[in-house]
Write a protein that binds this ligand. Sequence first.
Ligand code: NZQ
Ligand code: ZN
Length: 386
Amino acid sequence: MLDFDFYNPTHIVFGQNRLSQLDTLIPSDAKVMVTFGGQSAKKFGTIDKVKDALKGRTVVEFGGIEPNPKFETLVKATELAKAEGVNFLLAVGGGSVMDGTKFIALANYEDADNYQNLLFHGFAPVPSTQALPLGCVATLPATGSEMNMAGVITFNAQKYPFMSPLVFPKFSFLDPELTLTLPKEQIANGVADAFVHVIEQYLTQPVNAKIQDRLAEGVLKTLIEDGPVTYQNNDDMEARKNFMWSATNALNGSIGSGVPQDWSTHMIGHEMTAVYGIAHGRTLAIILPHLLRERKDKKHAKLLQFAERVWDIQEGTEEEKIDQAIDKTEAFFNSLDIVTNITHYGIDDDGIDQIAANMEKMGLTALSETGDLTIDVVKKILVSAK
Ligand code: NZQ
Ligand code: ZN
């Protein structure tokens, strides 16, 4: 196992109908800005429930944070927060709203001409020393943003990740009932996103990190078991609860501590979203099976472990087990009605070149846990995904 620091201060409030406890978790003298997305949180009554729970407080609202949240929208939100003297942010929505709110929290302490500099630090923490405290009411299980220190913002038609321990949510409400209004394809996207989060931290090189591996395998097996049930059946609350907690555990730092990490599938997927507007989780499901076939030799030992322990494949040679595990992974995504070839989404040879050129521009030229996944390999993966 590699050395690591593990720090995660987020208080999780899990369960149905617990929003009435919201008030107790926000300082009584706080001026709160509630942030939300396009319309779902308003339309389905979540904002009303939140305002009800915060009765008696001064609440500022900022709606309209779009999927793949845009820098320009968040600048407007930041200006409002500053003008109103807000000192607590409450994100009500999916990953886009939670990520956008983390950005506002940091930008609040920057001059306007410095906002964009928050985005240029990649996976290194931004050098900020202050952020507004924030809490979340998560309405879409997928990104893990509700319990991590990351965000992804769209700036100049590119996706920029940022990190800061200052933006760990103080608390997050995970109420599976608030997810019942999700369109089916968002459940599929969420299952795929969470699954690939685990894979990016687990399917690398073995370092004998037994706890992390077994936690990762537990999350994957739960997603395989309960993801499709949640996708097919809105009434199965037990499956939905397990899916929701899986998504949080997939990216809250625990399974990624002390192990090599990959993130190539995410970097390719981000460009597919930036250029073609394909939903984040879906891009990952499209790319992953093709990437694994291309990187089979590099990931041999962990792929075999994945085959035996996650998919319970015990028969055949090592090669056969690995091939079967990758095929089963692809079939799993297909069972959620996610088509796993890029032609279906209108990505042709020119599109492949554009994705590759954008990645080069972003400096994403030495990806994977071994740093040898170059732009040529990205192109090869995309060609095999046609
Ligand atoms: O905008 P509204 O009307 O609210 O609709 C949203 C949106 O259209 C809708 N939705 C959310 N909750 C709903 C609901 N509709 C009905 N009922 C509900 N309960 O779902 C749509 C998608 O929402 P979005 O927040 O964009 O989805 P997701 O949670 O998948 O977040 C994706 C974003 O997270 C980033 C992605 O890059 C992308 O920008 N990521 C963030 C990460 C992190 N912070 O650690 C890691 C991830 O790998 C990912 O990159
Ligand atoms: Zn993701």
